[in-house]
Write a protein that binds this ligand. Structure first.
Ligand SMILES: NC(=O)c1ccc[n+]([C@@H]2O[C@H](COP(=O)([O-])OP(=O)(O)OC[C@H]3O[C@@H](n4cnc5c(N)ncnc54)[C@H](O)[C@@H]3O)[C@@H](O)[C@H]2O)c1
Ligand SMILES: O=C(O)CCC(=O)CC(=O)O
Length: 366
């Protein structure tokens, strides 16, 4: 066995009901004397309570999904104006993403308090959007120094958003099985992530205010993000980033819809990954496991329900071809992407929608 795996340096608290104390500990550890808190206006009260014991100099609530560059620049200016020395972000991936945009240019350390299952808190991946193009990159400066997982903060996350966000986490696991830098450690984390999320998501749907299901989801989200950060963006993430940046589609729902189609597309060409995913679901095939879970939690099914127009399918194909990883298990062709996107747009059955097995001999769908 020969591989290189980098383990990222982070302190991780699982502290249900105790975020305030854990945030104080982490800010003190970082020597923070001037904390900038980033949270959406909707989460402002929660952020105030979580950071009540920290030396806060500014609360910043100008947050937007996919981190538009102008939003990032306003947050960077606020951090400089208030001479912040630590960033505390309380919220979903959009909020964490904004803190990362500030850290990217300032080097300020981040303490992340996530309230969805997006997983951005455990990755060194940043994303910025300008002129309809989402750019992502990897930089050690954006990796939060500490994460505080407090499942009580997720009890207010509505069930449909919990489902979509949980499937965003699941997508990190599935894509990590074949992404460009995947290694056996990533695959082990991804497998355990799938197990946790497949158990946690139905539990959250059945009992949104039961803490154990929420804790299971945060545990799965963390594992999924660690695997994703190490393995890199595979075809699934690249497709979602193009769609998200170009058409401002909702991030988690886009992931939730697209995932079964990429799995159907890649699985025949990635039998080892397919087996690992199926084993984690405890089903005969990976797609069967994913679809069983999706049906159980009433997952989003069609991109047309989230703002993608039919002409956007053809419009996206060149950008996806440009972004697709060169070493995707199956060759990524314009026809392959078009068929995949159309099926995802209309919500067709991924098993029969033409996202079919791939012929090793011809390099095209059979
Ligand atoms: N860099 C990374 O590694 C990474 C990973 C995943 C996602 N992301 C980025 O994160 C963004 C998406 O994150 P997201 O899906 O978490 O969406 P989000 O942060 O925009 O949150 C979605 C909605 O849920 C609300 N919300 C969040 N937590 C809540 C709670 N506990 N209770 C009630 N409402 C709550 C928000 O106010 C918002 O309206 C995208 O920009 C995506 O690119 C980055
Ligand atoms: O921060 C980003 O926008 C890029 C990484 C990312 O969004 C991961 C994902 O697609 O879930």
């Amino acid at each position: 066995m020969r591989f290189e795996h980098e383990t990222l340096p982070q302190r991780v608290h699982f502290a249900s009901g105790d975020a305030r104390a854990a945030v104080r500990t982490e800010v003190e550890r970082l020597g923070g004397a001037r904390v900038m808190v980033i949270a959406t206006a909707r989460q402002a009260e929660r952020a105030k309570s979580v950071t009540a014991d920290a030396p806060v100099v500014v609360h910043h609530d100008d947050v937007a999904m996919h981190v538009p560059l102008a939003t990032a620049e306003r947050a960077r200016a606020a951090a400089a104006r208030h001479d912040a020395d630590v960033l505390v972000c309380v919220g979903g991936g959009s909020t964490t993403g904004l803190a990362k945009a500030v850290a990217l240019t300032s080097g300020l350390p981040i303490v992340a308090v996530p309230t969805t299952y997006a997983g951005s808190e455990a990755t060194s991946v940043w994303g910025l959007t300008e002129g309809g193009r989402k750019t992502t990159g990897v930089d050690a400066r954006v990796l939060p120094r500490a994460i505080v997982y407090d499942a009580t903060l997720t009890l207010t996350l509505a069930v449909p958003m919990s489902v979509a966000s949980g499937l965003n986490a699941l997508a990190h696991c599935v894509d990590s099985m074949w992404a460009p830098r995947t290694d056996p450690v990533d695959q082990a984390l991804a497998g355990e992530g799938i197990r946790a999320l497949a158990a946690g998501l139905p539990a959250v749907v059945a009992g949104p205010s039961v803490i154990e299901g929420r804790e299971q989801m945060l545990y799965g989200a963390y594992l999924s993000a660690v695997a994703f950060s190490s393995a890199g963006s595979g075809l699934h993430h690249k497709i979602c980033h193009v769609l998200g940046g170009r058409f401002d589609l909702p991030h988690a729902q886009t992931h939730a819809v697209v995932l079964p189609y990429v799995l159907a597309f890649n699985a025949p060409a990635a039998p080892h990954a397919e087996r690992r995913i199926a084993e984690a679901f405890g089903t005969g095939s990976a797609l069967e496991g994913l679809q069983r879970l999706r049906r159980a939690v009433d997952a989003p099914t069609a991109l047309r329900d989230y703002g993608l127009g039919e002409p956007d399918i053809d419009d996206s194909v060149p950008a996806i071809l440009e972004a697709a990883p060169a070493d995707n298990p199956r060759p990524v062709t314009a026809d392959g992407v078009r068929v995949l996107l159309r099926a995802a747009w209309e919500g067709a059955d991924p098993a029969t929608a033409g996202v079919r097995p791939w012929s090793r001999h011809t390099g095209v769908p059979e």
